[in-house]
Design a protein around this ligand. Structure first.
Ligand code: NAD
Ligand code: DAU
Length: 354
């Protein structure tokens, strides 16, 4: 079957990886990417698809009702994959407005327009139609020393970012129960891999290390995240679209719980191997800085449901995934250099006083 994917936020980190993945995976797939190109959207990440007749790009805002309605009517997607969001916790501390607009109101608008489209479809088309909402494990809040987030864990978001994502998850759920829109939601842990905007931990560490700058570790570096290679996340989304049960949510994670300090040491070790300094280790640049306000202590995903029911498992280990990722950034310094020539220069964000 020729599937038409209407992707939002496809010029961002995970969206761009997903578009490359799906175009490679499904020879007949067509993709329309609607992206506002905020600071985080980067058409360079999709440059190799510029002349591909199966890929189309439209710059625009998911909050714009007429634009979204017109594009849906014109493109007639089989599947909507909704990545578009403000995604950085530190930025949500300094300026929550855009998070409320895009993550909550934007998702609301997309649901409204998707419902209109869905109601006009034939019975067969309705059977195939899916709305996949890409969400985060941060909606569950913070864990203590033991236990994992399951699909039954109550929501307890702690940052403006995670609260806005939690709101969007609730709206998506309501559109299933109230209007019968065939939705699916994935709640994933921390992704790493190619094309990540250099405000997030992994690229921040790689590029500050190479520049000989301090490597900022928030607090004492003992906070724990559960790391997943981005292509494994893309495969999980694809699997959920193909086999997931509508109305259900699926947790996605890599079973790779690491303290931030362990992650930073891993990156420094790889840089010492790939690009040794004349003397000493990149780890000598590690600097402990003031903690993030409201910093969640630990995330860990129980990915048992998607494993059992949809037969998904991550293919990349922490070691192989980080090796590939650091190598990718070393091979693609131009991609980052162009970003860092703009407004953002790896400065600290998110220290708004409480
Ligand atoms: P990102 O910040 O790299 O990309 C977001 C993209 O959305 C950008 O291209 C941006 O231009 C676009 N966008 C923002 N506002 C828009 C609007 N109003 N209209 C249209 N486009 C808009 O984000 P990411 O890390 O790729 O995350 C993608 C999705 O996955 C988000 O919904 C995020 O909550 C979720 N998620 C991310 C992670 C992670 O580790 N990065 C983990 C789990 C879930
Ligand atoms: O868990 C999924 C979430 O993972 C996604 O929903 C978010 O979109 C994504 O940004 C990510 O959120 P985090 O806040 O966990 O990611 P970040 O890369 O900002 O930080 C990872 C950890 O590293 C976190 O504990 C804060 C810490 N940190 C971060 C930066 C940028 C540092 O110690 N130093 C830094 O410079």
């Amino acid at each position: 079957m020729k599937i038409k994917y209407f992707v939002t936020g496809g010029a961002g980190f995970i969206g761009a990886n997903f578009i490359h993945y799906i175009i490679g995976e499904e020879p007949d797939a067509r993709v329309l990417n609607l992206d506002k190109l905020t600071y985080a959207g980067n058409p360079d990440s999709l440059k190799s698809l510029d002349s591909n007749p199966r890929y189309h790009f439209r710059q625009g805002d998911i909050c714009d009702p007429k634009l979204v309605e017109d594009l849906l009517v014109e493109f007639q997607p089989t599947v909507i994959v909704h990545f578009a969001a403000e995604s950085h916790v530190d930025r949500s501390i300094d300026g929550p407005d855009e998070f409320i607009n895009t993550n909550i109101l934007g998702t609301y608008n997309l649901l409204k327009q998707a419902r209109k489209l869905h109601e006009g479809l034939s019975k067969d088309q309705k059977g195939n139609f899916r709305f996949l909402h890409v969400s985060t494990d941060e909606v569950f809040g913070s864990l203590g020393d033991s236990g994992c987030f399951s699909e039954e864990t109550p929501y307890a978001p702690n940052s403006p970012y995670s609260a806005s994502k939690a709101s969007s998850d609730h709206l998506v759920r309501a559109w299933f129960h109230t209007y019968g829109l065939p939705v699916l939601t994935t709640n994933c842990s921390n992704n790493y891999g190619p094309y990540q905007f250099p405000e997030k931990l992994i690229p921040v560490i790689v590029f500050n290390a190479l520049d000989g700058k301090p490597l900022p570790v928030y607090g004492d570096g003992s906070n724990i995240r559960d790391w997943l290679y981005v292509e494994d996340h893309c495969r999980a989304i694809h699997r959920v679209i193909q086999k997931g049960e509508t109305g259900e949510t699926y947790n996605v994670g890599g079973h790779n719980e690491k303290t931030n300090l362990e992650v930073v040491h891993t990156i420094c070790g790889l840089l010492d191997e790939f690009r040794p300094k004349p003397s000493g280790s990149y780890a000598d640049q590690i600097t402990f800085v003031k903690d993030r306000p409201g910093h969640d202590k630990r995330y860990a995903i129980d990915a048992g449901k998607i494993g059992r029911e949809l037969d998904w498992r991550p293919l990349e280990s922490f070691e192989s995934g980080f090796r590939k990722t650091v190598q990718w950034y070393l091979d693609n310094t131009e991609w980052v250099k162009k970003i860092l020539d703009g407004d953002y220069r790896l400065e600290r964000i998110g220290l708004e006083k409480r």
